[in-house]
Design a protein. Structure first.
Ligand code: IDC
Length: 345
């Protein structure tokens, strides 16, 4: 008899043990996710969650309009030091921004498709996305084509890159994908559109609702071409870029007209200086742009977070500090845009 009872007691004990360990695991998981959620409380992502495109802009988890505003890095291969948790924290807490754009050149300066160290660049991006996530900020991952004006030139590499990265980041919820910074070299919208379709499929395989920003012809100025023949996917936005001393009323009028006709526009790069990234800042024009941005609740990222000796850099040339900047550490552009961000939200 004893012999028969013992194994069944053993089985019973086994069942209890596995029940207890499963419950403990569940509790631990619940606790971990609760503390993660609690640590994000009060942050942009903690309060607004996963964003979607509705009408002409982004809405938060409650369905309310929620524009992104933030700084773009310079090329991450060139200025890797600003991929820094404390830099992003300063931008969040002192500058009042809610997103960071991570610009990875494909051609220039150690570009991803021109001999740059692919693994190091992906690690750097992953660091940037991780810091943004920990701080409850949104991250725009920018495939920064420039002299390679036709995105189709590196389509295979782009598809492989976005496939891999979207798989890696699919559960984060705070990552937006900008798939071709500035098409040019006469590349027309239909070519960009077909490139976008291939890349969107690669991203959506892992992250079906990820927001994707698509560049438009002539350095992301011809959003009207996208309006004529938009992509047939949800959660897609179209990039408009301006440099205030070069792009004035005519581009604002185009922007306003496209938004009024329902196009989701993301100003994923802008500067207060001219299109070379240098020259005098035109704050009157830049203010007119900011007014338009506020009027329509558009999202925008300012070029660039670096201390290069050019007027678009928001840090004083050679500043050297990667976070906790004082007024003296900022360039003219930096002081101006910080005020704009602080007062605009
Ligand atoms: C500029 C940088 C500059 C760098 C150059 C490389 O500010 O330091 O030498 O690229 O060619 C853009 C581009 C952006 C440019 C910026 C200013 O997206 O890469 O950065 N600009 O020229 N479009 C319009 C202006």
């Amino acid at each position: 008899m004893g012999k028969r009872i013992l194994p069944s007691v053993g089985r019973e004990r086994c069942r209890w043990l596995s029940f207890l360990s499963a419950s403990a695991l569940l509790l631990a998981l619940l606790f971990a996710s609760k503390t993660a959620a609690a640590s994000l409380q009060g942050t942009p992502f903690g309060e607004h969650g996963v964003l979607q495109v509705e009408g002409t802009g982004l809405v938060d988890e409650k369905g309310e309009r929620y524009p992104l505003q933030g700084m773009s890095t310079h090329g991450i291969a060139w200025f890797p030091q600003y991929i820094d948790r404390e830099a992003f924290r300063t931008l969040r807490d002192d500058w009042g921004t809610n997103c960071v754009r991570l610009a990875m050149y494909t051609e220039e300066y150690g570009g991803y498709c021109s001999g740059g160290d692919k693994e190091a660049l992906k690690d750097l991006l992953d660091k940037g996305v991780t810091y943004a996530s920990e701080l409850g900020m949104y991250a725009v991952v920018d495939w920064h084509i420039l002299s390679d004006g036709d995105p189709g030139l590196h389509q295979q590499e782009a598809v492989a890159f976005f496939d891999e990265m979207a798989e890696r980041w699919k559960d984060r919820g705070n990552v937006l994908y900008e798939i071709c910074n500035e098409p040019d070299s006469g590349t027309d919208w239909e070519k960009i559109r077909s490139y976008a379709q291939a890349v969107i499929v690669a991203i959506r395989r892992h992250d079906p609702d990820a927001v994707v920003i698509v560049g438009t012809p002539t350095w992301s100025q011809e959003i009207d071409k996208a309006l004529e023949h938009p992509l047939e996917y949800d959660n897609v936005m179209y990039a408009l870029h301006f440099y205030a001393a070069t792009h004035t009323d005519w581009l604002r009028e185009r922007c306003e007209s496209c938004v009024q006709q329902g196009l989701p526009v993301f100003i994923s790069e802008f500067g207060m200086c001219d299109a070379s990234g240098n020259g005098a800042n035109d704050f009157a024009q830049a203010s007119a742009w900011m007014e338009l941005i506020r009027k329509y609740g558009l999202s925008c990222c300012c070029w660039d977070l670096a201390d290069k000796a050019e007027s678009s850099s928001v840090l004083r040339p050679g500043c050297g500090k990667v976070s906790g900047w004082t007024q003296e550490d900022l360039s003219e552009a930096g002081r101006w845009i910080r005020e704009q961000f602080r007062s605009g939200r």
